[in-house]
Design a protein around this ligand. Sequence first.
Ligand code: ADP
Ligand code: MG
Length: 589
Amino acid sequence: MPIQQLPAQLIDQIAAGEVVERPASVVKELLENSLDAGASRIELELEQGGVKLCRVRDNGIGIPRDELALALARHATSKINSLSDLEHIGSLGFRGEALPSIASVSRLRLVSRHGEDQEGWSLTTEGGDQQTASPAAHPTGTSVEVRDLFYNTPARRRFLKAERTEFGHIQKVAEKIALSRFSAALQLKHNDRVVFDLPAAADRQKQEERVARVCGRTFMEHAMYLEHERDGMRLSGWIARPTFSRSQPDLQHFFLNGRAVRDKVLGHAVRAGYRDVLYQGRHPAYVLYLEMDPALVDVNAHPSKLEVRLRDSRTVHDFVRRTVDATLAGTTAGETSGAAPAAWPPAAESGGLSAAQRGLTFYSTASAVRDQLGAYRKLMESPPIGPERELAPADSPPLGFALAHLHGAFILAQSGDGLVIVDVHAAHERITYERLKRSVSESGVQVQPLLIPHAISVTARQADLCEQHAETIAKLGLELTRGGERSITVRALPALLGSADPEALLQDVLADLEEIGKTDQVERKLDELLASMACHGSLRANRSLTTDEMNALLREMETTERSDQCNHGRPTWTVLSLQELDRLFSRGR
Ligand code: ADP
Ligand code: MG
């Protein structure tokens, strides 16, 4: 065949191969366009899993009549017009590819009324062949109707799955969009049935309702709110307590400047923040929003823009990791920390002792504490239910005073609130571990030179990496020198890791350096070691404790970071409130 220029429609269909994989990709592009148009309400209507129909209606700024045809033209966009715009991109779209690609593989109708215009205009295309514009009734905003997706590309159509599956994909996309922009109301209808109708969420309580709607109520019940700003970066959102970990990484939402991303560096940073409060193989759950200067992010790295490139990934990684870590450090038993969510469900819904009843999940919030104090006071004022009831003073410590040591394994304590039950081994393990970590970080990592330096062959690039990061690596107590172009010699290890396999350790360190430009392998190994030392050094079941010892343990829990859960992420204590005890015995009925 001679070389020839491809026809425009075929070019669009080829582009569609990248952008339009299935109905859910159409929905993503249309919803993003509506957000870019500043819509505050978006309605999404589907038929037959979106294959028959995807219609998105918004109340955004609309498209002027004389630009309607351009909206459907290839490489036409109102979002950038120079390279420097591309470097500070604030909108979700900018490639000018979505509408023409979608139009080339469907029957599309675009209806829009711009700003103050008196009337709307509509444009219909079939497989990308444009018809002329005609007047149409439409409020300010835009509707895009996509029918019969892939009707003219049977090969692609065959790849579509069952209606339920396609709808499932769409629902996920719509939920992501809903999490990404609280300011827009979003309604989803499938086959004439309303699947969800989310109002705009201006304040945190409404936002938490929306997150609970999308991620489930139990997520919200176990979530801690965080908000932290530094060096032009701002991280906010909700992270689940370690006791609510998942077996799959299926509840992880990360938004970078309002765009959902699935980024290795960011995902790793959150995970690193959960280090040593999560059981091996478990995954954290979170909904996080990172805002930073768009100039420091390259979003033009991938057609679907899921992956991004960070100009300074180490700084961002550090910031995210530290913020998550500091929030989790606030999970001190019975303590209150400012960085936690408002009571959920809201106090009004749960009434009375709600915060106190929930013990574990609720101690952390300022309003929950107010609740709790109020509840104590009420308890003190109301006449005791029976003469035998003796209330602990309202100012008793959060974990109360020890009453008994049950089966050598649990402490029973009376708090202002009810009965506190502590798993002695789990609690002591955490306390010992945090103490060991503190002593290592205060006295620094002891270095132990190897009797026989260990030469390890690596790739030239890996050897370069070792040299570049020599200083960081040395700080971890790992002494490396370059032995040759493709060889690294390990001369010293952290003393605590004396028996570690230098080669395996180095390979792990290198894998991190290659992937995210930094490493926490040595710290992680050290922590693992400290954790196992803590486990072995901790109180075992069946050693009896005196009341003084038990009270000392309770007081120590109250001041130890992360003492809400043991080193494996299991809870260390719980509380049975007086109300719950009353209910157990059907008292007051
Ligand atoms: P991009 O979003 O990358 O600019 P699209 O093909 O998705 O490319 O859209 C082309 C143009 O059509 C946009 O730049 C925008 O000006 C206009 N447009 C698309 N959808 C809407 C909408 N819902 N409201 C207003 N304008 C829209
Ligand atoms: Mg777009």
